[in-house]
Design a protein around this ligand. Structure first.
Ligand code: KG4
Ligand code: ZN
Length: 350
């Protein structure tokens, strides 16, 4: 049976998050304390993140419980992200959850962060029909997953170098737009000409579902050349639009081909890059061409949050996963058990 109320914690990167989830699909609250401290460094500093999680977890959990109007004693179970992510940050979250579960005498289950992104559409009342293809695209992730059902996943594609969000952030830095680069590039791209600069679309014919963005980033660096901010407005908008178009086209080609090759019944996206308007529009059009729905979670369920951890935690407990299991923090995706298919995907690819 799905536990009625789950308190979930998420501390895999630089957001300290807690949420209360009802019946495994409804967020009664979703509290997030974004760690502002990393902005000054133009990226996430792991040591600062762990320390900030320790300071912020208590108040964030209090806020999640207060907003949901429930007391800890009314919670039926706890869930926490065990990985992948920054090891120090994961250790803080898991230790905190263990202590809380022990003190409150509640069952606790560990959750894989990437798996949680796959099921985020449930928070909007959308259940992806299996099999579906999910693309998890953030500052640290670029994973193309084939989901055959709950708990049955195959990692079919990934980046060979930079994560999709990392590419946005690096180009944002080159373009003098600060960190993170995704939101301002998205905004500027809307007013720019995507055809002004012809930028590389790497690996689109590679026959697998992997992507690579380092060549694209280098091409942007070359375009910026010796220029320094402030840049000409028109030029900057066109640069953002051209970069975004190249990245979106590359990603969409792989995501939609994986969906077509595997007979997927839907496409799901998650991670901060899934907020990108260009990507959402292109995937929507591609899905319509394939005749399958593209499930685009609301922005607050695309970026890191604890509600999606609660969704998966509730389902795992309902399936009989022993409370207290999977609580070893792990940094890498492979260590969480997300595996490529037994034989190479290339045979299936066109
Ligand atoms: O999932 P997320 O909030 O955190 C992790 O990285 O785990 O994703 C953040 C990433 C950043 O790289 C940011 O630049 C990117 O998502 N991002 C976007 C947009 N909003 C956030 N990228 C493109 N377009 C956006 N609108
Ligand atoms: Zn994430």
């Amino acid at each position: 049976m799905i536990p009625r109320l789950v308190l979930a914690l998420e501390t895999s990167c630089d957001d300290t998050a807690a949420a209360v989830v009802r019946d495994g699909r409804e967020a009664l609250s979703s509290a997030i304390a974004a760690q502002a401290i990393h902005r000054d460094f133009g990226g996430v500093v792991p040591e600062l993140a762990s320390r900030a999680h320790l300071d912020l977890l208590g108040p964030t959990i209090d806020r999640a419980l207060a907003e949901a109007r429930v007391g800890l004693e009314e919670i039926d179970a706890l869930a926490v992200t065990r990985g992948p992510g920054l090891l120090g940050s994961l250790v803080v979250g898991v230790a905190y959850a263990k202590a809380l579960a022990l003190a409150a005498d509640k069952p606790l289950v560990g959750v894989k962060h990437v798996e949680a992104h796959l099921w985020a559409p449930l928070l909007d009342g959308q259940e992806p029909p299996a099999p579906f293809v999910a693309a998890v695209l953030s500052g640290g992730h670029t994973e193309l997953v084939l989901a055959r059902g709950f708990g049955d996943y195959e990692l079919r594609g990934a980046t060979r170098d930079d994560a999709a969000g990392e590419a946005f952030d690096k180009v944002g830095k080159l373009a003098g737009l600060g960190f993170p680069g995704g939101p301002p590039i998205d905004r500027l791209a809307a007013a720019g000409d995507p055809a002004r600069f012809r930028l590389p679309r790497a690996m689109t014919d590679s026959g697998d579902y992997d992507v690579s963005f380092s060549g694209l980033k280098t091409a942007v660096r070359r375009l910026v050349g010796e220029r320094t901010p402030p840049f000409d407005e028109r030029w900057l908008a066109d640069l953002c639009a051209s970069f975004q178009a190249a990245l979106v086209e590359t990603l969409c080609a792989k995501i939609l081909r994986l969906a077509a090759d595997t007979g997927a019944r839907a496409v799901v996206v998650g991670g901060g890059v899934a907020c990108n308007r260009g990507l959402r529009a292109a995937l929507g059009e591609g899905g319509a061409r394939l005749g399958i729905p593209v499930l685009l979670p609301a922005a607050r369920w695309c970026t890191d949050n604890a509600a999606m951890i609660g969704v998966v935690g509730a389902r795992r407990l309902a399936l009989g996963v022993a409370p207290g299991s999977d609580l070893e923090p792990v940094a890498n995706l492979e260590e969480t058990g997300f595996a490529p298919p037994a034989q190479s995907a290339a045979g299936e690819a066109r």
